[in-house]
Design a binder for this molecule. Structure first.
Ligand code: 5GP
Length: 177
């Protein structure tokens, strides 16, 4: 049965905007004079990065990296593949990985290992959401938007089988019955 879920709001558009401004202010202060490179992890982080970059007031650049996703389900396989690499070298750069949500931690742990080998000047993590109950691999998040419960969340860039990415708010899926 293909049952249509309802979406229970966790964070409104206004709450997200306020938190993004706060994170941008922290990054602006911490990276003054460092010309950081913000690396958005596609596809989920694109909306977050679009708002973050406009709120950061120091010079910086943006690039993207794409990794394999969950496919159409809601469970991670723990297998992470690099689908599209960065378009710029990062050796000697101050890199901030921009993630939508840290769940099991496999995606970030794998990406951090790959990028570390390229010898950036520094490597930090900024994630909009954290779902700590599901963690299988320890990863340090330097800048965190919100912590979420163990539910499948959508909106503000996060999808469920490519649906709900466009929503300006974040909520979790609830199935009746
Ligand atoms: P991890 O490798 O930490 O298990 O998973 C990270 C990736 O899984 C995220 O970048 C995101 O694409 C996806 N993911 C994990 N939890 C959720 C969730 O609750 N909702 C959505 N839409 N994607 C999720």
């Amino acid at each position: 049965m293909n049952e249509e879920p309802t979406i229970v709001t966790l964070f409104t558009e206004e709450e997200i905007a306020e938190r993004v401004q706060e994170l941008a202010a922290e990054i602006t202060e911490d990276y003054a004079g460092k010309n950081p490179l913000l690396v958005g992890i596609l596809k989920g982080a694109w909306m977050f990065l679009a708002d973050l970059t406009r709120a950061i007031t120091i010079p910086h650049q943006c690039d993207f990296i794409r990794v394999s996703s969950y496919g159409s389900g809601t469970e991670s396989t723990g297998e992470v593949r690099l689908l599209t690499d960065l378009s710029t070298p990062i050796r000697g750069r101050h890199v901030i990985l921009i993630e939508d949500i840290v769940d099991t931690g496999h995606t970030l742990a794998t990406l951090l290992n790959i990028l570390k080998e390229r010898e950036p000047a520094s490597l930090a993590v900024c994630s909009l959401l954290d779902k700590p109950e599901r963690r299988e691999v320890a990863v340090h998040i330097d800048y965190l938007g919100f912590t979420v419960p163990n539910k499948f969340v959508v909106g503000y860039g996060l999808d469920w089988d490519e649906r709900f990415r466009h929503l300006p708010y974040i909520g979790y899926l609830e199935f009746e019955g």
